[in-house]
Design a protein around this ligand. Structure first.
Ligand SMILES: NC(=O)c1ccc[n+]([C@@H]2O[C@H](COP(=O)([O-])OP(=O)(O)OC[C@H]3O[C@@H](n4cnc5c(N)ncnc54)[C@H](OP(=O)(O)O)[C@@H]3O)[C@@H](O)[C@H]2O)c1
Length: 257
């Protein structure tokens, strides 16, 4: 195996990566994977529970900072980018991963609830794409990875705001890619299927719904949190330099049914 070729293609030595929602689940796993590939990490969360992820990063010898701020407030986007620029002077990779979820029949939703989901899952994603993206445009390089969902293609059941936000993330990804591709900034998305994380606890513990979902997944199992890492590393690395506005689907085959 030509390891220097693989390092050149997939290595992230010295790159600075922001990962939102890095406290647990997919965000935590992607942060650890980026660090293993050589990146320095800015972990972002809404509450002071990033310590475990940060402790694991320092065990790996990774230089990291943790920024705690509300992720439904666009002002936080500037605070996050400033923290990175002050520490490292650059931002190379942004993973917009944090997301919120509310499940109940559409007819019972209030506009406030709708706004709360959209504020985190779409408005803040746009805010951080702008704040970090502007610094990438100035440097003429950068990788933005927006975490969407298979519900960016489907309506789902009882999750209207979530589905709308994920459709929105895919639209935003394409819109930014169209403008920024020629300036050296890659904007792409990952759409996970049903992964075994806290977000899906309620689904897993409902034996009927859980069986229904499993029956429809060609791989016949949930995804594990780390099964999104490969797509993330690919989109963060030089290997995806000619990819713009695309969505990598990691769903055990769910959308092919
Ligand atoms: N798991 C799946 O099957 C799946 C499928 C498709 C897409 N996704 C998306 O992938 C991303 C990660 O999901 P996950 O499964 O890892 O979920 P998770 O285990 O529930 O973790 C969600 C992360 O987002 C943060 N978060 C949740 N609500 C927030 C809010 N209101 N404001 C700010 N941050 C908030 C959490 O922070 P705290 O620790 O502070 O709660 C946590 O770091 C999400 O955007 C999710 O929608 C997941």
């Amino acid at each position: 195996m030509d390891s220097s070729y693989l390092t050149q293609l997939f290595g992230l030595e010295g790159r600075v990566a922001i990962v939102t929602g890095a406290s647990r689940g997919l965000g935590r796993s992607m942060a650890l994977a980026l660090a293993r590939a050589g990146a320095r990490l800015c972990l972002v969360g809404r509450q002071a529970n990033l310590d475990e992820t940060q402790a694991e990063l320092s065990e790996q010898g990774c230089d990291s900072i943790a920024v705690v701020c509300p992720l439904d407030d666009p002002d936080s986007a500037e605070a996050i980018t400033q923290a990175c620029l002050e520490r490292w002077g650059q931002i190379d990779i942004l993973v917009n991963n944090a997301g919120t979820f509310l499940r109940k029949p559409a007819a019972e939703w209030t506009i406030d609830e709708w706004d709360q989901v959209l504020a985190v899952n779409l408005r803040f994603v746009f805010s951080l794409c702008l704040a970090a993206g502007r610094t990438m445009l100035e440097r003429g390089s950068g990788k933005i990875i927006n975490i969407a969902s298979v519900l960016g293609f489907q309506g789902g059941l009882t999750v209207p705001a979530y589905s709308a936000s994920r459709h929105g993330v895919l639209g935003l990804t394409k819109a930014l890619a169209n403008e920024w591709a020629a300036q050296g900034v890659n904007v792409n998305a990952i759409a996970p299927g049903y992964m075994d994380t806290a977000q899906n606890e309620r689904l897993f513990s409902d034996p009927v719904r859980s069986r229904e979902l499993m029956a429809r997944i060609p791989a016949k199992r949930w995804g594990t949190a780390d099964e999104i890492d490969g797509a993330c590393l690919f989109l963060a690395s030089q290997a995806s330099n000619y990819m713009h506005g695309q969505v990598v689907i990691v769903d055990g085959g769910w959308l092919t049914r």
